[in-house]
Design a binder for this molecule. Structure first.
Ligand SMILES: [Zn+2]
Ligand SMILES: [Zn+2]
Length: 408
């Protein structure tokens, strides 16, 4: 606590660290409660109920017109300022936890294995602390508890369709990082995750006897040409400095061991990962073109299905500056690591307004437990050290964002 004397009045102002200390273990307890009660994407009804009850108890109103299990709480400060959106995803994954935590998932086949339980608990902490200390709020702060990050089409695009980006000037989020120890934050400018798409091509020829290929039309010929042609897209069709990964990952046709039957169909598919959402449009258009023209050259028909995953997350410089400065202020380092090729639907907010997401190191720093990958049945984070720090971090980010976006 800081005590200052202004015009004879004693003014007590709390530092963010004091507020987090006073909040105690609640953020850890909340994360562990949520961890024990995971719910799959778009099925987070109990989690949404828990969030809404807690917001109501803290006197935080929620926005109308938000569908599904997403909830947006908001608080308006007494001083003018920008509208800042803080986002947490709330969903878990379809796998069975293999750990001996006392707060292990109580639901076989469902587990918080990406840390979204931690994101939810931290955002609840931020909301409850700000509700009790409205002097820290300038303008409006939105607490965005978002459903369905792990599953297409993702909960973020619905929130954007429902107008959240019209209300908010800048978005911020953290994602725990179970693979890097506590102490650093990965928040750099520009593209930080891949734009993803999957494709599948069904080639239909004409089945027949292996002894009379001229009366049949073997779909394996165009299908195998397609494996080559699609794999060559990054080398021959993209610029030499572009980052594109195109992998054909399956090709099925015929029956194993049945040598005298020319199959009727062949199905192949795979995935595209690029660091530029526009490049994804080009690559998928090229796959479609090849998928239609190569079978046609063999007098086969084809059906091409492209499914776009999330766009690339592009961290805005103004938001990154806030997040880097906040990290340094509370004694965390800014890590310099390459973008990740996983997907993250936070990308949708950044397509509308300045946004940044920071990966917050939360692996065990003592080295007692080896880091686990995300989406792993043994996923673990050092919540005792990591969560109070993440709470302090997000509160710091919020107060700095109020200054950085004050002109709005
Ligand atoms: Zn995940
Ligand atoms: Zn995640």
């Amino acid at each position: 606590m800081r005590i200052s004397i202004h015009k004879g009045e004693i003014i007590m102002s709390h530092t963010i660290k004091d507020l987090v200390t006073a909040y105690g273990n609640k953020v850890i307890d909340d994360r562990r409660y949520l961890h024990a009660h995971p719910e799959l994407s778009f099925q987070e009804t109990d989690t949404a109920h828990w969030i809404r009850k807690r917001l109501a108890a803290a006197g935080i109103p929620v926005l109308d017109g938000i569908s599904g299990n997403s909830t947006v709480g908001y608080l308006i400060g007494s001083q003018p300022g920008p509208s800042i959106g803080l986002r947490a995803d709330i969903d878990a994954l379809g796998l069975t936890e293999e750990s001996d935590f006392p707060f292990k998932s109580t639901k076989p086949g469902v587990m918080h294995a990406c840390g979204h339980d931690a994101h939810t608990a931290v955002l609840m902490g931020v909301a409850e602390i700000l509700a009790a200390h409205k002097d820290l709020i300038k303008g409006t702060v939105y607490f965005i508890f978002q459903q369905g990050e792990e599953f297409l089409p993702g909960g973020a695009c619905t929130l954007v369709e429902e107008g959240i980006a019209d209300k908010v000037d800048a978005f911020f989020a953290i994602h725990v990082d179970a693979e890097r120890p506590f102490g650093s934050v990965d928040v750099l400018e520009g593209t930080r995750s891949a734009a993803i798409a999957t494709f599948e091509i069904t080639v239909t020829g004409k089945g027949g006897h292996g002894s009379t290929p001229h009366t049949a039309n073997n779909p394996l010929l165009p299908a195998s040409d397609l494996v080559d042609a699609i794999s060559m897209i990054p080398a021959m069709k993209c610029g030499p400095l572009d980052n594109a990964t195109v992998s054909v990952t399956y090709l099925h046709s015929g029956t194993h061991g049945v040598a005298n039957v020319i199959p009727e169909t062949a199905v192949l598919g795979g995935a595209v990962r690029v660091l530029d959402t526009q490049l994804r449009s080009f690559v998928t258009a090229e796959i479609k073109r090849l998928g239609e023209t190569i079978p046609a050259a063999y007098a086969c028909s084809s059906e091409v299905t492209i499914v776009n995953g999330y766009p690339a997350v592009v961290n805005a410089p103004a938001c990154v500056a806030v997040m880097q400065e906040s990290a340094r202020e509370i004694g965390l380092e800014v890590a310099h690591i390459d973008p990740r090729l996983g997907g993250e639907d936070f990308a949708y907010y950044g397509m509308k307004k300045p946004a940044a997401i920071a990966w917050f190191g939360m692996a065990d720093a003592t080295g007692k437990h080896a880091p686990t990958p995300h989406h792993n049945p043994k996923f673990r984070i050092d919540d005792e050290t990591g969560l109070p720090a993440a709470l302090e971090y997000m509160l710091t980010v919020y107060t700095k964002a109020c200054e950085a976006f004050a002109a709005h």
